[in-house]
Design a protein around this ligand. Structure first.
Ligand SMILES: Cc1cc2nc3c(=O)[nH]c(=O)nc-3n(C[C@H](O)[C@H](O)[C@H](O)COP(=O)(O)OP(=O)(O)OC[C@H]3O[C@@H](n4cnc5c(N)ncnc54)[C@H](O)[C@@H]3O)c2cc1C
Length: 157
């Protein structure tokens, strides 16, 4: 199958990679000159495995109530793990870059399973390998409209 992927952010590039691994013909369309130039460029780089539920999701408050009392609840496992709340000295011990704001620190929560990474570096690296594997990238191409076979039009933003 020939699959067209719209957008070369982390999601589009990762999708293109796996589609190609599944032996599809893949073309990625991207309005910028290259991959990872928008949201996947300069985000916080936080890899929050302990916090996989988007907090801004409108359904989160209800879910939170349902999770109360459940040992495997995502927020609870994050909030009540022993040793998770740490003092200013432990913060600085774990992260020396915080030393200069030590007097202003009240404490922190620490989730040992979390990491940080460079999503721009990762996305451009995967894009490079995907291209070597045969994925076509057409950059500088703005998608104007999506049309279904029923002539339903989805205007682009
Ligand atoms: C300030 C900030 C901090 C964040 N921090 C974190 C964090 O610490 N950890 C974390 O996990 N997530 C974080 N996020 C969220 C994360 O960055 C996004 O969820 C992720 O980058 C989205 O990737 P994406 O591929 O869906 O979108 P994008 O990276 O935005 O990719 C979409 C691509 O589609 C292209 N495109 C869009 N419309 C068109 C069109 N009409 N024609 C052609 N091309 C088009 C764009 O140019 C873009 O390249 C943060 C987000 C923000 C804004």
């Amino acid at each position: 199958m020939h699959v067209i992927v719209l957008g070369a952010g982390i999601i589009g590039v990762a999708s293109a990679w796996y589609l190609r691994q599944a032996a599809h013909e893949v073309t990625v369309l991207e309005r910028n000159a290259g991959p990872a130039r928008e949201t996947s460029f300069g985000n916080g780089g936080q890899i929050s495995v302990s916090h996989a539920e988007p907090w801004a999701n409108p359904s989160a408050p209800l879910k939170l109530l349902k999770w109360l009392g459940k040992e495997d609840a995502p927020l609870l496992s994050c909030a009540v793990t022993p040793g998770l709340v740490i003092g200013p000295d432990e913060v600085v011990q774990l992260e020396h870059a915080m030393a200069h704001i030590r007097p202003r620190l009240a404490g922190a929560t620490y989730t040992s399973a979390d990491e940080s990474g460079d999503v721009h570096k990762f996305t451009t690296g995967v894009a490079q390998r995907a291209e070597q594997a045969g994925v076509r990238f057409r950059c500088g191409v703005r998608i104007q409209t999506l049309r279904s076979e029923q002539a339903y039009r989805v205007p682009s933003q």
